[in-house]
Design a protein around this ligand. Structure first.
Ligand SMILES: *[C@@H]1O[C@H](CO)[C@@H](O)[C@H](O)[C@H]1NC(C)=O
Ligand SMILES: *[C@@H]1O[C@H](CO)[C@@H](O)[C@H](O)[C@H]1NC(C)=O
Ligand SMILES: *[C@@H]1O[C@H](CO)[C@@H](O)[C@H](O)[C@H]1NC(C)=O
Length: 372
């Protein structure tokens, strides 16, 4: 075995200089390589949403509707007959609130760093309905709207992404936990919001739901059917009741209508007793110690290769007014066979106004429709 230390001592001065230079060169190459990989790939703006002007984060462009506005995401390459190929979002304020407390967003595509660099991009999106309640519920919903996409993207950017359904489900739960952890205390003591979130990665949908908003998956052309829906997390449900009462919480359930159940807390901040209409939520800090949790129920649903399928995510107003099967059938026809003059995007606000007249209906309503 030659002795390395002795051999280097024998080398001539020019040889050492050469070694030094090549060492610098390799370091330069390495650092360039690392830097190039650290700089997120420029987001691609494949979508043309109306009134879109902001810059997009690395994980994708965030689309959210403003008051009375339908945001339409379209792509000329798919389903050329409709205006809502990648998604439509609409929101409307109810007269009982000083501000619209609903928030929603759609990011499509929703890219991990790996996907952003890859030439083959799997289908992906992240969609959410966030319905605020309480005095400052809109602040909690707004916080969730701006922070949740980044938090989910950070989780999915882990090296071991996305090897199993279990792993992805856990990341969504962790993302909700992180969101809850950082809710600004001032807002979280005076309000909260639901979060009905769907992540698409390739040919799978991951539904993460906390609270009484709802997302449904609709299949079919004629007689469309609801093949999956998230649960309204209500305090009277056996698993929810067990957890909350186990933590010393009190639940009030009206005998005639258990869906109106409430988790009762004496709020120190408000100096009064308040009932919360759901058993899971983001924010609502005074309810968290008695078992109201931000942990979502996460389900995985494979996307089947059938002709027509889409998601509808909406705040509770829509679901209270019509059965989801009715909405599924109505939307199927309007989405895929629009009238000669009106597109689905134009029909959506009119449809909401018809089933929930502005004069009579008091709550905010938001609807997001996402064809798969
Ligand atoms: C939304 O539309 C309703 C009815 O057309 C109108 O009364 C209200 O002022 C609108 N709100 C905004 C912010 O434009
Ligand atoms: C749709 O439903 C109607 C009435 O329920 C039934 O007569 C018809 O055969 C159904 N069509 C399809 C394609 O399933
Ligand atoms: C809380 O409410 C009670 C009864 O309504 C009242 O007597 C008391 O002064 C209030 N406390 C504070 C700190 O406002």
């Amino acid at each position: 075995m030659p002795d390395d230390t002795l051999m280097t001592k024998k080398k001539s001065v020019p040889f050492i200089l050469l070694q030094f230079a090549s060492c610098i060169f390799v370091t330069f190459l390495l650092s360039t390589f690392i830097l190039l990989n650290l700089i997120p790939a420029a987001p691609q703006l494949l979508l043309d949403a109306n009134k879109f002007s902001n810059e997009c984060p690395a994980y994708g462009c965030i689309f959210s509707p403003k008051e009375n506005q339908t945001v339409t995401l379209s792509s000329s390459t798919q389903f050329p007959t409709t205006s809502c190929q990648l998604g439509c979002l609409f929101t409307r304020q109810g007269p009982s609130h000083a501000v619209n407390q609903d928030r929603s967003f759609l990011i499509r595509p929703f890219l991990t760093q790996q996907q952003a660099k890859s030439t083959h991009k799997d289908e992906s999106f992240l969609v959410a309905i966030l319905d605020g309640h309480g005095v400052l519920g809109h602040e909690v919903a707004e916080f969730a709207r701006t922070e949740l996409p980044r938090i989910v993207a950070d989780k999915l950017n882990a090296r071991q992404c996305c090897q199993s359904d279990d792993w992805i489900q856990q990341q969504l739960k962790d993302a909700f936990a992180e969101l809850q952890k950082y809710v600004p205390v001032h807002s979280g003591q005076r309000g909260g919001c639901t979060a009905s979130v769907t992540l698409r990665i390739g040919e799978k949908l991951y539904f993460a739901n906390a609270g009484d908003s709802r997302t449904i998956l609709v299949h079919g052309k004629l007689n469309a059917t609801v093949v999956y829906h998230t649960r309204f997390d209500k305090p009277h449900l056996p698993d929810e009741r067990a957890r909350i009462e186990g933590r010393g919480g009190k639940i009030h359930t009206p005998p005639q209508n258990s869906a109106m159940s409430r988790v009762i807390v004496f709020s120190k901040v408000a100096n009064e007793t308040i009932g919360l209409a759901m058993s899971r939520s983001v924010g609502d800090l005074e309810w968290k110690k008695i078992g109201v949790t931000a942990e979502p129920i996460v389900d995985v649903v494979p996307i089947e290769s059938i002709d027509r399928q889409f998601l509808v995510a909406a705040s509770d107003g829509l679901w209270d007014l019509r059965r989801m099967e009715f909405l599924a059938r109505r939307f199927t026809n309007d989405l895929y066979e629009p009238g000669r003059d009106t597109t689905f995007a134009e029909k959506l606000p009119l449809f909401v106004d018809r089933i929930a007249p502005r004069k009579g209906y008091r709550d905010d309503i938001s609807v997001v429709v996402v064809p798969l």
